[in-house]
Design a protein around this ligand. Structure first.
Ligand SMILES: Cc1cc2nc3c(=O)[nH]c(=O)nc-3n(C[C@H](O)[C@H](O)[C@H](O)COP(=O)(O)OP(=O)(O)OC[C@H]3O[C@@H](n4cnc5c(N)ncnc54)[C@H](O)[C@@H]3O)c2cc1C
Length: 388
């Protein structure tokens, strides 16, 4: 197979594959059924050194960057998308710190995340403001030597186990204009509480919950966006995490296809193996084409992030990778479930779980409709030209 990965990444993939088979695969179904956060999986990923992949070596991580993190996410998601989300959260909650000029907080928290001593959540969405992030109502009012935060964040992944929260809120510039800003709020801060814990369709082992801020005082040194440019900081944080969401879709599609092919080899209908039935072969071929294309996109997007390309110029490519790989995950899980027939619908097999998990990926971190808006604007404005 032709690949764009360096030899050390290919070697790393081999290690990851056997790790995922041994540590993630056996626990995936039970973690989904119980709907409780799998501390044992988290500990296995910690022991394997996977929690600091995207964190630079000088900050206690392995410095593997987004490319290595995407490989790890892809491999664990062949069996368990919740495990992939646990890995993605190591980047989603640290991205705003990595991109921040507040080096004190960065230097303090990132080594803790890399070692697994601390976990973070990314708190942007509110019940009435998802895609339209400008409509968030959470406020950060200057008070004394800090800010008072008020508002409620919704659907926050990993909130029940988070030790700190990256909270996006509206504040004001010196000139009095509205300004987006991120704050790091520790779990035990007075005025921060968890609200409703969601009952959800998929990715059930990583709970989502409301995070409620009621007159929550945060010192000014816990502000991580600069006094101007908060929206740019938010967009760069989201753009640079998108390859990780794409990798979740890619891994899920690979896992679904591998499982369906194995089943179809051993199942017969009308005197032939199901895998030899032309209608089934069409589905297998289409998913395989999608996987090969998605892999190229995920690796390209991840490598761009590792080169520091995640601003407006790169937004279109990040969106293409996220959109394509997560749409693929939904199609692949549906078709692979179909290949198993009734068995695919039952929880004895992982396909119904993959099908439920895949749907989340088209919604999170910018819905796929929003990704298409980003792509179309990038084409319109000449940022995606296909000249190279
Ligand atoms: C399981 C799960 C985990 C999540 N985890 C987190 C988390 O950790 N942190 C966090 O901050 N958020 C999280 N979210 C929230 C997620 O990011 C939002 O749900 C998402 O951004 C969409 O917002 P919304 O649900 O309010 O949809 P809305 O913005 O209300 O959109 C509704 C529909 O309209 C479409 N739409 C809206 N505007 C446009 C447009 N301009 N053009 C085309 N179509 C449009 C959307 O695509 C969608 O289909 C999570 C969500 C889920 C389901």
């Amino acid at each position: 197979m032709v690949t764009d990965l360096a030899s050390e990444h290919l070697a790393f993939r081999k290690v990851l594959r056997s790790f995922a088979e041994k540590e993630i695969r056996p626990r995936a179904a039970q973690a989904d059924q119980s709907g409780t956060y799998p501390e044992d999986m988290f500990n296995a990923m910690r022991t394997a050194g996977l929690l600091g992949l995207c964190i630079p070596q000088e900050l206690g991580g392995s410095g593997g960057g987004m490319t290595a993190l995407c490989l790890a996410i892809e491999e664990v998601c062949r069996y368990c998308n919740s495990a992939g989300l646990m890995l993605l959260l190591t980047r989603l909650a640290t991205g705003p710190l990595l991109l921040s000029s507040n080096h004190t907080l960065r230097d303090q928290y990132l080594p803790e995340v890399a070692s697994g001593r601390l976990r973070g959540s990314f708190c942007l969405t509110e019940l009435h403001a998802g895609s339209d992030v400008n409509q968030i109502a959470t406020s950060a009012r200057p008070h004394g030597h800090g800010f008072v935060l008020n508002g409620t964040k919704a659907y926050i992944s990993g909130a029940t186990v988070a030790d700190f929260f990256i909270v996006w809120a509206k504040t004001q510039t010196a000139a009095g204009a509205d300004e987006m800003a991120a704050f790091l709020v520790d779990r035990d801060t007075e005025g921060l509480a968890l609200g409703h814990i969601d009952e959800k369709m998929g990715v059930r082992a990583v709970p989502t919950a409301e995070v409620v801020l009621s007159d929550c005082y945060v010192p000014s040194d816990h502000r991580i966006s600069d006094s101007e440019g908060g929206m740019r900081h938010l967009m760069a944080s989201l753009n640079s995490a998108r390859p990780g969401v794409a990798a979740r879709g890619l891994g899920l599609a690979e896992g679904a296809l591998a499982y369906a092919c194995e089943y179809a080899r051993n199942r017969t209908a009308f005197g032939t193996a199901v895998i030899d039935i032309p209608a089934v072969q069409q589905m297998i071929a289409d998913i395989t084409i999608g996987i090969e294309a998605a892999r190229g996109l995920v690796h390209r997007a991840a490598q761009m992030v590792d080169r520091g390309e995640y601003g407006l110029e790169a937004a279109g490519m990040m969106a293409i990778a996220k959109c394509f790989a997560t749409d693929l995950a939904v199609r692949a899980s549906s078709d692979c479930l179909q290949i198993l027939g009734a068995a695919g619908y039952m929880s004895d097999h992982p396909m119904e779980r993959f099908y439920r998990d895949a749907k989340q990926l088209q919604i999170v971190e910018g819905t796929n409709q929003i990704q298409r808006v980003i792509i179309a604007r990038a084409v319109r404005d000449g940022r995606l030209t296909f000249a190279d």
